[in-house]
Design a protein around this ligand. Structure first.
Ligand code: 5GP
Length: 138
């Protein structure tokens, strides 16, 4: 299966639709998930076009993983989370819904169950505030 640039993250990367951006450079975008599984759920998106892990260039993966770690630490610092779950889905049967490679950084709070994957939409003002707090902790 090949990469289709009309996916929603492709549109966000090209600036065609808005996102709560946390960090961006030439190779990666970090933004808030608008249907978060918990408060502070972020997505780390390498800009290089690939559907998922299976067709990604290993060089892209090597470059992005240190940033995934940095974002995980910043999310923990900004939210006070008790733990961080990292998730990444490959193809629809495995739970993938957007076909541009991305890593979920999901804060976990002691005693609080995670919401459903792709559940309810978060409040925009709350996402904007979280994006600022996480950016400041990066
Ligand atoms: P996947 O299931 O492909 O691993 O995850 C896609 C993620 O993208 C889901 O967690 C979903 O909530 C999130 N998502 C879907 N559409 C949008 C959008 O338009 N903006 C943002 N920021 N996240 C989105």
């Amino acid at each position: 299966m090949s990469y289709d640039p009309s996916n929603i993250f492709g549109k966000i990367l090209r600036g065609e639709i808005p996102a709560h951006r946390v960090y961006e450079d030439d190779t990666v975008l970090v933004m808030m998930d608008i249907f978060p599984q918990s408060r502070g759920h972020c997505l780390v998106i390498p800009k290089a076009p690939s559907r998922n892990l299976l067709d990604a260039d290993p060089a892209t993966l090597s470059a992005v993983m240190p940033l995934v770690q940095k974002v995980a630490k910043a999310v923990r610092a900004a939210t006070g989370a008790d733990g961080i779950r990292l998730a990444q889905f490959n193809e629809a049967p495995a739970g993938q819904t957007v076909f541009h490679l991305h890593f979920h950084v999901i804060p976990v709070y002691e005693g609080v169950a995670l919401g459903a994957h792709g559940g309810g939409k978060a409040d925009d003002a709350e996402l904007a505030a979280l994006a600022r707090d996480i950016a400041a902790a990066l």
